[in-house]
Design a protein around this ligand. Sequence first.
Ligand SMILES: N[C@@H](CCC[C@H](N)C(=O)O)C(=O)O
Length: 283
Amino acid sequence: MQFTKGHGTGNDFVLLPDPDGQLDLTPGLVAALCDRRRGIGADGVLRVVRAAKHPDGAGQAGEAEWFMDYWNADGSFAEMCGNGSRVFVRYLVDNGLVTPTGEALPVATRAGVVRALIEGDTVAVEMRRPRLYDDSTATLGGRTLPGTAVDVGNPHLVCVLPADLELGALDLTTAPGFDPAVFPAGVNVEFIVAGEPVDGVDEHTLMRVYERGSAETLSCGTGACAVAAVALRDAGRGTGVVAVDVPGGRVTVTVTEDSCWLSGPALLVATGEVDLGALLAAA
Ligand SMILES: N[C@@H](CCC[C@H](N)C(=O)O)C(=O)O
């Protein structure tokens, strides 16, 4: 089977073209593809399928031709992936599956239709406005850290680090604890500190993330949107532009009254053939 590898600020994906939805994609196959030693290696898989040909996309087929069928590295589904949607659009355009018209390009996801604009290496995606809905806590290294629950289509818990903890020193090799009563389907946990002022934006935040289903990643687009919404709230604002530095680079988030734009580089770096049978046999 043909595959493409791509990433957005180091959040990396295996893209599988399956326009008619004929591939029997299973959690085991996704985990084998994402295995960094025995497979191709990635934080997740993006199946490129026509919305009309996938049960989770068919309801959006009138609005968007293509459905981003996103899977985490452990084979679980997620409702939405911000960086994934940016890489997905890069794939559609570079492979001639859509023609950019200058208008925002619709893509169906499990969290509804998102819209994307491409300019050079940058892909910007418009998603729903993050909804801050509860206070909660994460536990990490024996500490309990207060945070804010944020819905960006998928669930996030954003924790502002206390002054005695260094972002770079956090041990994210094991999953932070969280309250399953607040997050019954699991959660992506972001840890943040304020950055130095940056020209042209309202706030600057540094973040690391432990993703549900993928462990620590170099970037999380929906996480950056959740972080931006919390940083703006803490600055007493409802809208604004936030530069979010992640281990893999920088994304820019613009929160408006009714939506949220995530912008940054999205690149395709390799294409090839993968023998799915051999991969599964060796997994
Ligand atoms: N890296 C993604 C988020 C992927 C899904 C997440 N792990 C979840 O389970 O919700 C992004 O860029 O948003």
